[in-house]
Design a binder for this molecule. Structure first.
Ligand SMILES: [Fe+2]
Length: 285
């Protein structure tokens, strides 16, 4: 019996043992996962030494994880698994604004603001006026939608990462769309930031030659009665790191002009968020 037959035999035995289990979905996923991993071992002739390195890596992922930091989540995010799990469960119609990860920096209780207000409490940074319009799939304005916005500052830091320097709820706010489905958000240009780079995931990314640098973006959660809630990020078209976003959130539909990055002058930009109805054919203007 060669190695490949050994692997097949153990997979068959495991599948047989799990067939009578109570949780058939879990059993099926465990079987498929072990078979996929076994196929990798077989294809690449993984050595015991390499397998021990994998175990050691997993141990360090666990050691780097605590109540404030989850290195496992970072691993799944940077390997595209989180995004894949969200994508296969969204099932949204063509034409809606792409959904992206919520990320760890969102806060539920950001203050409500009036259209035209600034979300920059400390007033530090290059001014940016962002007009957001919310429409349905027919292009009709969605009135009374809540636009929840949050972003990093010009140093690439969110307020809850930087409590000693930024006032609470700096660069966060909730707005309601008007009769044209629009809100005007006054803010400052955000900078990109580096994902936690002192743990085992960053070490793996370095070994693979992959970037931990996120391109500059503003995050949004758009909610309206009768529509699917949209969580997304709008990216600075001029950012040189768009192609290498470690979280795979960038797509052509999510680019906007945040202004000339070499200029300290302000910039106006517009972006249209297209929502899907929460039921087939739902449309609420
Ligand atoms: Fe972000």
């Amino acid at each position: 019996m060669d190695g490949n037959q050994d692997i097949q035999a153990s997979h068959s035995a495991l599948r047989h043992r799990l067939e009578s289990g109570e949780n058939s979905r879990l059993a099926l996923i465990v079987c498929d996962l072990t078979e996929a991993l076994g196929a990798v071992v077989d294809k690449h002739r993984v050595t015991p030494k390499e397998l021990r390195a994998v175990v050691e890596f997993a141990k360090h992922i666990g050691l780097a994880t605590d109540d404030r930091r989850n290195e496992w989540v970072l691993l799944l995010d940077t390997m595209g698994i989180t995004g894949a799990a969200e994508a296969v469960n969204l099932n949204r119609p063509a034409g809606v604004t792409p959904h992206t990860l919520l990320g760890p920096f969102h806060r539920d209780k950001a203050p409500f603001k009036n259209s035209g207000d600034t979300i920059s409490i400390d007033n530090i940074g290059t001014p940016l006026t962002f007009v957001a319009q919310v429409v349905d799939l027919d292009g009709q304005p969605v009135i009374g939608a809540t636009v929840d916005v949050w972003q990093a500052n010009g140093d690439g830091l969110y307020e809850n990462q930087d409590p000693d320097s930024q006032p609470e709820f700096n660069l966060r706010g909730k707005f309601q769309t008007d009769q044209q489905g629009e809100v005007t958000i006054r803010t400052v240009r955000p900078a990109g930031y580096i994902l936690p780079d002192d743990g085992p995931v960053a070490h793996l990314m370095e070994l693979l030659g992959l970037s931990m640098k996120r391109p500059s973006h503003i995050q949004f959660r758009v909610e309206a009665v009768g529509f699917e809630t949209l969580v997304t990020q709008v990216f600075d078209r001029s950012d040189p790191h768009l192609e290498a976003d470690p979280l795979f959130c960038v797509s052509p539909e999510l680019l906007a002009d945040f202004g000339d990055p070499t200029s300290s002058g302000g910039c106006n930009t517009r972006f249209t968020f297209k929502l899907a109805g929460s039921q087939p054919g739902a449309s609420q203007h």
